[in-house]
Each structure stands twice: as structure tokens, then as C-alpha cells.
Write a protein that binds this ligand. Structure first.
Ligand code: URP
Ligand code: ZN
Ligand code: ZN
Length: 451
């Protein structure tokens, strides 16, 4: 064995206990008490530390084109930041051009990611047009290790209800999950137009043009289409109470409907858009009011929220500044890949939820929903040695200066975090230690997934 982590508290979704963790060839081979090292084994004393499966952030946008600019982190800086926050797998997106073969779009995106990724990564397939060729090719995409497709109910790439139904049905046939960005296009366009005519163009009106009701209407529609087809549906970045209520009803009736929320919706309220730097918080769906925040926390605690992922899609200050006088010009998206696990674990450390539940939300359930649970999401023999050592006694204050992304600000500036990761291993290789990145581009592998 190359690595032996001794005397830590192993935390999985189903329980915690003190044990040693032995790693050979990048895999966990034993989790037991009193394992003896071999001659060449590196022994790490984890007394007083938690030994966690690495987080799986199933929602990142590295180098995402947005008009003529791109989101700030590429696959190198994005996965570097991820590793430093205890994330050992990300799942990013492929955005095919109209008319482009989905498999070719995958090959192009994968060629960009492979030499840069410092940790393992998967890809979801974006779908922006529905026709026979696209529906046909979905099977080959699943065969290539991508059993997850994302559709939009707004933006230029939105699909109609009829197309949505066809996609859901086809996904069921080929063994895939449909992810949806749910905001009602007509409703938000009408509000936007009204505000622009009235000259109400500050960041607060970004929120007012996409309020709770706009998101709820689309979530309710998406859930009802999934219920009609009996297909697997995953609502990305759920941010409102009424949307969660629709998800809860479908779940109660036994439908495979899943919900993801993001740390920004759990930690902030829409009041941030009234701040002078409100544009820096602009993302879609926008951060909602306190009632929604409370409902999301209830969902985290009672199980109706399945995953927490980040929607990491930051833009530099000067790019956000384009919208200083007009919210419609602000590139949408905020940062979070380095904050996900520390923030959620800090909440556990403060007593809001258990460490096991955080592992479930950020690692084991994402692995199960997205089809990589045979290798990732637990500290157990046979699993990849994607391991985070976490010191619950550390105090950490988030600042742009101690983050590892390329972004020049953070919405998390000044946030106090109780406890922090001290080491991250990706398949047994140390990629982060005590505040410093230790990984290498090209180490990360494409994760072929299967549902
Ligand atoms: O504002 C956001 N969320 N930007 C990233 C793209 C998306 O819609 O998820
Ligand atoms: Zn989205
Ligand atoms: Zn997104």
C-alpha cells in the first residue's frame, strides 16, 4: 500500500467510526482498526481529524462561453480551486452548437478538459434543440459515459413543453436523467420589458424580474411533465419554496424527481441585490427571500433536497461591471466550487445538520443520481481514494486572497467558517495540503458514468 491514514474518524453517509484507511494503486483497499503499514507506505496521522469522501460538485461551468466572454475559471484553475475546497470530482457541461453532433461536441469538450483537469471530472450534455438526430444520438451519448442531459426553460436555448416531453421520454428509454434550468421565460421577459421601459435597471430589478413565482411556475411545469412520462428529473439550482413544494409532492407520490440547491441560496437572501455591489451576486435563478431560504434549509434537513452543488460560473469584476447601470448586461453566475464542502461542513460543525448528512448531500447522493457510485462517494474498500482530511477545530475566514480560483473577488468575502479541509487526495495522490494546491494538470480523468 502507498498510503495509510491512521486514527481518523471515517465519516460516510450511513455513519462514522474511528478507523485506519489503506490505499493501494489509487484505491481504498481496507478500512479497519490497527492496519500495519508496509515498508514503503506513507503513514499520515489523522487523530482528531475527520476522514471524508471527497465532494462531488455535479454543477460547474468552467470556461463557459457567454457572448464574446467566458466564465473566469478554466478546467485547470476550476479544478485547482475545487481540490483546495475538498472537491474530488466535478461534473461540467457540454454546450453543442446548433446542428452539431452531440458525440463530436463531447469529444471537443473532453479534449479541452483532459490536459487541464487536476481532479476527476464528468460531463453532462446540454440540449438546446430537439429533432430526430438529437433524440437518436442520445443513446450514443449515454454509451459514451454521459447519462445526463440538461435542458433550459428560458434563454435562447429554451425548449418547448412538447420538446421537453419528447426528451424526457427518450431519456427514460436510453437510461438517462434530465436536468432542467426552470424559470418561466414568458413571465420573466414580460417583467424585464416592464422594468427596462420604466428605467428600473439596477441589480435589485434582476431579482424582481425573476422572482419566486417565475421559478415556481417553471418548476411546477417541469415536475408535471416528468410525472406524466414517469421519467427521472433533476431540478438544478432550486432556489424557491414553492418549487420545492412541487418536488416534495412528486417525491411523496413515488416519482423519481430530484432537487439540487446551491450554497449561495442557503447563505444569502435577495437583499444582497440592494447592496452597492449587488451585481456581483447576479445569477439565475436569483437568490430569493428569507421564506425560500428557510424552506431550502428545511429540505436539506428533511431529505427533500437531494444534493448541494455550486453552479460555479464566476465572471471578473470588470465583466460584472458591464451591468453597473443595466442588470440585463450583467453576465450571470457566481463562484462556489471551493466553498461548497467547507460551508456545508461548517454548518454541520455548528450543529445545523450532521456531518453524515453533508456527505450524503455533497458526495454519496450526487454519485448515485449521476451514476458513479461504484467508485465514488464513500470511504470503503473498492472505492477510489478520493479522500478529504478535515480539521473541525480550525477557524477560517474566506477571502479572495485565500481562494485558488482566478476570480478577482468572492461573494463569500469575510464569511467565517468553522473547521476546514487540511488535505485532499485524488485517487490516492495528494492535491491539496494546508492551504496550498499540490496537484498537477492532467491528473484528472474523465469519469464514464452509467445509471
Ligand atoms: O447564473 C447562472 N446560474 N449561470 C450559469 C448558467 C446556468 O444557468 O446554470
Ligand atoms: Zn442554470
Ligand atoms: Zn448552471
Amino acid at each position: 500500500m502507498e498510503l495509510l491514514i491512521k486514527n481518523g474518524t471515517v465519516v460516510n453517509a450511513d455513519g462514522s467510526y474511528v478507523a485506519d484507511v489503506a490505499v493501494r494503486d489509487g484505491n481504498i483497499i481496507m478500512v479497519e482498526q490497527d492496519i500495519r503499514p508496509e515498508t514503503m507506505t506513507e503513514v499520515v496521522d489523522a487523530s482528531g481529524l475527520l476522514v471524508l469522501p471527497g465532494a462531488i460538485d455535479v454543477h460547474t461551468h468552467f470556461e463557459l462561453p457567454f457572448g464574446e466572454i467566458s466564465s473566469a475559471d478554466d478546467f485547470f484553475s476550476g479544478t485547482r480551486a475545487a481540490a483546495c475546497g475538498g472537491v474530488t470530482t466535478v461534473i461540467d457541461f457540454i454546450t453543442p452548437e446548433r446542428g452539431e453532433s452531440l458525440v463530436e461536441a463531447f469529444e471537443k469538450r473532453n479534449a479541452i478538459a483532459t490536459p487541464k483537469a487536476c481532479i476527476d471530472y464528468g460531463l453532462h450534455m446540454g440540449i438546446s434543440e430537439i429533432n430526430m438526430a438529437v433524440l437518436d444520438e442520445m443513446e450514443a451519448v449515454v454509451g459514451a459515459g454521459i447519462p445526463s442531459f440538461k435542458v433550459f426553460m428560458t434563454y435562447a436555448s429554451r425548449i418547448t413543453d412538447e420538446e421537453f416531453t419528447k426528451t424526457l421520454s427518450r431519456a427514460k428509454e436510453v437510461g438517462a436523467v434530465i436536468m432542467v434550468h426552470a424559470e418561466d421565460h414568458e413571465a420573466l421577459e414580460a417583467l424585464r420589458a416592464e422594468f427596462i421601459v420604466a428605467g428600473k435597471t439596477d441589480a435589485w430589478h434582476h431579482y424582481l424580474s425573476r422572482p419566486e413565482a417565475v421559478e415556481a411556475k417553471a418548476v411546477e411545469k417541469a415536475v408535471s411533465l416528468a410525472v406524466d412520462t414517469g421519467s427521472m428529473l433533476y431540478i438544478v439550482h432550486l432556489a424557491c419554496a414553492e418549487g420545492l413544494a412541487a418536488v416534495e409532492i412528486a417525491k411523496k407520490n413515488g416519482y423519481p424527481v430530484y432537487a439540487e440547491t446551491c450554497p449561495q441560496y442557503l447563505n444569502f437572501t435577495c437583499d444582497v441585490y440592494k447592496q452597492p455591489d449587488g451585481r456581483n451576486f447576479v445569477c439565475s435563478p436569483p437568490i430569493k427571500g428569507k421564506e425560500s431560504q428557510d424552506a431550502l434549509w428545511r429540505g436539506i434537513k428533511n431529505g427533500s433536497i437531494n444534493t448541494v452543488a455550486t453552479d460555479h460560473c464566476p465572471f471578473q469584476t470588470y465583466e460584472k461591471d458591464r451591468g453597473v447601470n443595466d442588470f440585463t448586461k450583467i453576465p450571470n453566475g457566481v463562484m462556489g466550487v471551493e466553498n461548497l464542502y467547507p460551508y456545508m461542513l461548517s454548518e454541520a460543525n455548528k450543529g445545523s445538520l450532521s456531518f453524515e448528512r453533508v456527505v450524503e448531500l455533497c458526495s454519496s447522493t450526487p454519485a448515485r443520481i449521476f451514476g458513479c457510485a461504484s467508485d465514488k462517494g464513500a470511504i470503503a474498500p473498492g472505492f477510489d481514494a478520493d479522500i478529504v482530511l478535515y480539521d473541525p477545530s480550525l477557524d477560517f475566514v474566506i477571502s479572495q486572497k485565500n481562494m485558488h480560483s482566478t476570480i478577482d473577488y468572492t461573494i463569500w468575502e469575510g464569511t467565517a467558517i468553522k473547521g476546514y479541509p487540511v488535505r485532499t487526495y485524488s485517487r490516492g495522490v495528494l492535491v491539496y495540503k494546508d492551504g496550498e494546491f499540490r496537484g498537477t494538470p492532467g491528473h484528472g480523468r474523465f469519469v464514464r458514468r452509467c445509471l
